[in-house]
Write a protein of this length. Sequence first.
Length: 476
Amino acid sequence: MVLTRLGALLCGVIAILAHASILVRASSHDSELVLLVSLSRHGSRAPNPTAIKLCPNNYRNLKSYHVPPEQLTERGMQQLETTGRHIRQIYVDQKKFLTPSFNGEDHKAFEAYFRADAANRCGQSAISLGYGLYPDGTGPLGYAKQPIPVYMQLAENERDFTANGPCWGVMNHDLVEYSQNQGKTLIEEHAQLLSQVGEVCGTSFYDNSGVENPVLAIKDVADMFLFDRDEGLPMTPGLTPTMVDNMAQLSFQQLIERLYSTPQQRTVTIGGFPLLLLRNLNEGANPNRDPEKATKYYSYHGHRELLHGLGFMIGMKFHFDGLPSFNGSTPLHPGTTLFFELHRRKDDDGQLQHFLRLFVWSPQSQRQAITLENCETDCPLETFNSFIQNHLAATGQWQQLCNYHPTLEMEAFRFDTVRAPALRSIQHETTSASSYSTSPSTLVWLLHSSICAMLGAAAVVLVQRIRRRWSYQPIE
């Protein structure tokens, strides 16, 4: 009897030790979150300025917006504030990754970095997200609110969220080519729908109305109906929910076909953002990174075109239930946000390994984990790098595709907001070191300076001679 009890007790102890061993092994493989990057679509906005000409019968709704055309509405601001609250819930309250204050732990450095596309609605979206992430009461002692700095380029200088400026010729050529072929075919196939919507609007906006390209006109009208719905405005007289949904389906198919049909188009559409993303992630994996001073969260704010294009490049498609679908993709809710979590853990040999976990969330949908087409859920950072690098190696970077080769004068005054605050300290060293090089741009500058100096000296000599002649003129 005693031996039986001792045997049972011994088995229990062995089971407990085995379970503890499993827990120890599991904990040794637990990961640590070291960096967060998010990319958000701006919130709901007012229709484009062209809408009043494309659909004059919607005049009453267009005048009901309390913001200028194409700008962020109060609904859009609420959506991004909700996004900020979601980030606070996950990364401040649950994961304890971010501190409750923008000022960071022990107030040593700002822990977040906000950058937006040049469009006003993107900048306002970033600020609205900040309201949710850092609500009243989280500001520095004595000031309840927490203002956040948002970095933006001038529209003519923007290269990382879009390269529309340098690539305008290429993109316009693609638009015309699409409009004359597949885009035209789709318009013909949807002639009945477009005719009905044209009667509702009071114009044949889809038939070379002269306001803008028919494909873009369809997009603007479809967007207008969706934004009206977001704002809770009544439907334009004669319009039905089915017509709104069918217009959204047509517009979305044209968007995907027009911008992403070839790998080269995807590269051009999203500009320099893929390399900006890789730079942030790789810096986060740098063993020399100072966690006390480095940025912990990069918050980027752009347009739907950037999110879709980046998704195609890395091997994912966005899908939201209830929205129109084309080739496995659906449109994006306003405020849709893609999260890149950079984790690290030690392998069996004690070496640190970095990997990514991706999530997508929107104000109208739950948070979802994303598995890329050619990578596991915990996607190794090296593999993720290869997706973007291999794509760009195959297509060439957007500068090559758009034949963009800026001179020194073109780029001299372009303020660089690409690099994060963590890198500001090394920029001066890099600039100082490069100032001693004899690169072509340096030689051009020296040549210009020499010519200016010679012209200045010649002018001084000429003035002196004229003055001497005046001083010897006889008095009459």
